[in-house]
Design a binder for this molecule. Structure first.
Ligand code: URA
Length: 201
């Protein structure tokens, strides 16, 4: 097993046993799984969403419901399959009733995300939605950290990760494409900027 797989399994085991999480008992009561992440451990492109929804918590697979179908179509539109990228969330357990993740949950779960970033060392992080954008821009202390997603979506921003240069592309959350057709067109256009990060094999 590769070193990366070993380290990611370690994260999975720690999250599985995260009894101090306010979402732990909700997970157990419902027979849910934590959603750690899925994809290529050597991916150039890493997608970061907010938190699992019901379908995700039932299966342990990120973005496997309605917004996941949108994400798959967008990934296909740049000539990739989800196996080629890595997909994860900031918060690894489902918040009740699909509410937004709160500050305490983000603080508790985000260190796992930071470890995942440092293990996978992607060339680019594409944030899905406002929460992950704000978290990542602050993490890398980027000058755009106070700007809004409406100003930053589809832009290629340069940051400095622990392992070196990293690009950040803020994107709208695929769920918005489900209820706002105009946002779907914007997402499709914004996605095309990710093509430059696809390595030719
Ligand atoms: N929304 C997210 O932010 N993440 C998922 O995994 C599914 C829906």
């Amino acid at each position: 097993m590769s070193d990366r797989t070993e380290q990611l399994r370690q994260i999975r085991d720690e999250v599985l046993n995260l009894t101090e999480s306010p979402l732990y008992s909700y997970r157990k009561q419902n027979g849910y799984f934590p959603v750690i992440g899925q994809g290529n451990h050597y991916a150039d492109i890493m997608f970061i969403g907010e938190a699992p929804g019901e379908n995700e918590a039932k299966t342990g697979v990120p973005f496997c419901g309605a917004s996941g179908r949108v994400l798959d179509e967008l990934i296909a539109s740049i000539g990739l399959r989800r196996e080629a990228v890595y997909i994860t969330n900031i918060v690894k357990d489902r918040p009740p009733a699909n509410r937004d993740p709160n500050k305490q949950e983000i603080e508790l779960y985000s260190p796992f995300l930071v470890r995942q970033i440092n293990i996978i060392q992607p060339k680019v992080i594409a944030t899905l939605g406002r929460f992950s954008m704000e978290f990542i821009l602050k993490l890398f202390d980027m000058p755009q950290k106070t700007q809004k997603i409406s100003q930053l979506h589809g832009k290629v921003l340069e940051g400095q990760a622990e392992f070196g240069l990293i690009y950040v592309v803020p994107l709208f959350h695929p769920a918005v494409a489900l209820y706002e057709r105009s946002k779907r067109a914007i997402l499709e256009e914004d996605f095309q900027v990710l093509r430059q990060f696809i390595s030719l094999q």
